[in-house]
Write a protein of this length. Sequence first.
Length: 541
Amino acid sequence: MATSSEDVLLQVSNVRHKKGDGTLYVMSERIGFMTNNSDTMSSCYAYTDVKMQKISSEQKQKVQLQLVFHSGESVIFQFVCPSRSDSVTNRDAVKGYLTKLLPKFQKKVNKELEEKNRMLSSNAALFQLYRDLVITKIVDAEEFWSQHAPAYINKNGASQQQIGVPGNFLVNVKPQTDGCNAIKYNLTADTIECIFRTYPAVRQKHLEYVPHKLSESEFWVKFFQSHYFHKDRMHTGTKDLFSECAKHDDQELKKELSTVEQSEVNLNAFDNTVENEGYGLDNTEASSGSNNIVSENLIKRFNHHSIMVLKATRNNTEQQDTETGGARKKIRLLNEDESCELGQSEVKKIEKTNINLSKVEQMINGVKNPKTKVRNLHTILHKANSMRDNVCYDILNYRKPPGTTYLTPSNAVSALGELTPGGLLMNGLLEDSQSLAQLVPSEIEKEFRSLYLTICELLRHFWACFPPTTPTLEEKLVRMYDALRKFHQTKLNTFENRIMVECSTLNQQLTAHLNLILNTAYDKYSNWQSKRKFPAGLPIN
């Protein structure tokens, strides 16, 4: 039957759905159908997927109710009571509940659609990926928003810098009187966010009470009227909404103070002392009057406010703190070790250094006599001069044999053409010639970038499926392979045909790498399919 966490609002028997008779359940978040002689739901449809409901006309013999979904599909429930009047009554009852429930979920769906439209309009790369995958029906919308979109959304959100919390954000509230014994507070969205980040307990109270028990304005009126906002919190009312927040603050303050690192000076050794009659020093305890308690509470609140403001901005520098914190701890441990071992006389370990020898012969045989070195230098110079003279003599006395040609004029012209900028032998070799990026028009470059990003996104999910150890991964792998094949045929091949017509000089250079990474993925999938058909250890006939 229905789950325990979901209330059944209406139960109607004698209902036919998909050529089966059973019972129709109208629940708080979905509508379900259970066949006779079964204890599980055979079909369930969430209200968020339902676009509208339709009923059959009075002239028709069958009493039916149709649900139309956002995807364009529809389902029909036929009421088959013995009498037609009972069938119409049951159908109208189901229709009445759906009329009340569907608008609530329609608002939720509309908010989700507005949020998705906002993300698509603010992120050009995500919008282009949506056009390439969802509009072309390579990937359905649900899979796109669950698997492909989060990487772009998180990347875009991580690039935005978080604004810090000012220490005087409560001063900006500026209470004003309206002349009718009422006070108005200038409470903005930024101030509310600062309050939530500084005091997480207030955020928790806001989630608990708004809008279920209190409205937004009533909550903040109680917040400003509460002793939690005032300086003196010695006498907190039992009915105060924020009395638990004050206790939570005290616990957080004690927790933060317990994590403070030890100082170099032992502060516990300093006590309050006075001079007595004997001109000596006597330890006395500090006075604990009411004024001191008020001052201590006020100072404690100031300290807690400062701690929470600093803690609210700690998320941005948390990684840096973790990196530098280990170094500080290491230095501190080294200092403690040195202070404990000052009285001990231990032999320090000598650090060994490796010697890199460029010439091992000099280390073994020693340095040669400089006179022999000079003699060898004169010998080398004499040989070099003689070789130079011989080469010059051969060049001057060279005579070309009569009637011999090394290259025909046509071959020489073709070779010069291949060596000029734009020739076959000079592609990508001359810095002065136009590069591939300069030869591609801006429109084709923009389309190529979108193709590249989309293929890389599909390949990222494709390679993440390896090794496919579960049936879910195998199903996703097959789905990603089909998406790659479909995208290759519908998008990449069309783009290559356009290049051949508009930019024939590029040939296949622009899409060579895309074809390479796609063919690599296809080969990997083929190998996996062959291993799947013929597991290891089985002979292949």
